[in-house]
Design a protein around this ligand. Structure first.
Ligand SMILES: Nc1nc2c(ncn2[C@@H]2O[C@H](COP(=O)(O)OP(=O)(O)OP(=O)(O)O)[C@@H](O)[C@H]2O)c(=O)[nH]1
Length: 324
């Protein structure tokens, strides 16, 4: 069967762009897919240089590609991920998802006229806008999911699992590069009473408010995490004991002075803190360091709350005496 008569109707119904160029880059043909989007009939631009008609084309890149297709007599492909579009065309999607132009996969094919033997290059342009938008959405959702997995649902600071992983990573890093590393554990004082006075919602409000307030007092390189109910931890990379203790004192004072408003009632809360520095000889993992900070926190509680304590060896004796 002679199939020539099929070509034109099919080319014009095709849901892809077909653009045919001569070897000196003049337009020989484009189908209705391009015509509709460009708004210029083929007869007006036939035999004109493609770079004069599509002024946004990446000329240097495209001539290199076209020349190699002609020279090698082999097709080449460019995906929207490498180059979002070659021929700048609007997409016809009602909801653009932030993309103004049609994302394109483009195959460049060498063609030869059967009679004249003249060489042409055909650019087959597939609309990849939908795929690119789905991929963007997927990436955004994956990112949000990853973030959600790392954050505490109530306070939106790091959750315990992720925070502990970070502590272990920072501990290994500090040991490897012989840098200091400190840790603060803190716990809200008399939080049970606060829950009783203002209800569980009031308690939740205080946790959320203080987590965000304390976060604002820290460096971006410090990691605040929720360790348990009303217990939190701060990892301070590259910080020695005295520096971490200064941070703890500053946070303790700021929290005590911070007024919070819940249901037209003013709430004040205090915290007790324990500070420990990494001892490369004694601490083999994050758990050992946490234990020291916990002892220091315990001492702060025993000594009247609303204060911070630096960990030192003698505190072990203090704990022993109180809890024989
Ligand atoms: N609202 C609220 N309360 C919580 C949450 N997690 C733990 N709590 C409460 O925090 C209180 C902690 O009480 P305790 O462990 O006795 O400590 P405390 O009352 O803070 O006393 P000290 O730590 O000794 O100062 C308990 O009543 C828990 O129910 C939470 O997510 N939201």
């Amino acid at each position: 069967m002679d199939a020539h008569w099929l070509a034109l109707p099919i080319l014009n119904q095709l849901n892809s762009g077909v653009l045919v160029l001569t070897t000196d880059y003049t337009i020989s043909y484009y189908n209705q897919f391009i015509e509709r989007r460009l708004g210029v009939p083929l007869v007006e631009v036939r035999n004109r240089c493609v770079f004069d008609v599509f002024t946004d084309l990446p000329e240097a890149w495209l001539t290199r590609k076209l020349d190699s297709v002609i020279a090698l007599n082999a097709p080449t492909f460019s995906s929207w991920e490498q180059r979002p579009y070659i021929v700048k065309l609007p997409h016809l999607r009602p909801v653009s998802g932030g993309t103004d132009y049609m994302m394109q996969n483009c195959t460049m094919l060498p063609l030869q006229h059967p009679k004249t033997k003249e060489t042409f290059v055909c650019l087959l342009i597939e609309d990849a806008t939908d795929v690119s938008i789905y991929q963007q959405e997927l990436q955004q959702n994956m990112l949000a999911l990853k973030q959600a997995n790392r954050l505490d649902g109530l306070t939106k600071v790091l959750n315990r699992a992720h925070w502990e992983d970070l502590l272990q990573t920072e501990l290994l890093r500090a040991k490897r590069y012989q840098q200091p590393l400190s840790l603060i554990l803190f716990d809200l004082d008399k939080f049970k009473q606060l829950n009783d006075d203002y209800g569980h919602l009031g308690g939740d409000f205080v946790l959320i408010e203080l987590a965000s307030f304390i976060q604002s007092l820290l460096r971006e390189s410090d990691y605040l995490g929720r360790y348990g109910g009303e217990e939190f931890g701060i990892i301070l990379p590259n910080t020695a004991l005295q520096g971490a203790s200064d941070v703890a004192e500053r946070v303790c004072k700021a929290v005590a002075e911070h007024k919070m408003l819940f249901n037209q009632q003013q709430i004040r809360a205090t915290i007790s803190l324990g500070v420990a520095e990494l001892n490369t000889h004694r601490h083999k993992d994050a758990h050992d360091m946490l234990q020291c900070a916990d002892i220091a926190l315990y001492v702060s509680k025993r000594q009247g709350r609303n204060r911070s304590t630096k960990y030192r060896e003698q505190l072990q004796d203090f704990v022993q005496k109180v809890n024989p």
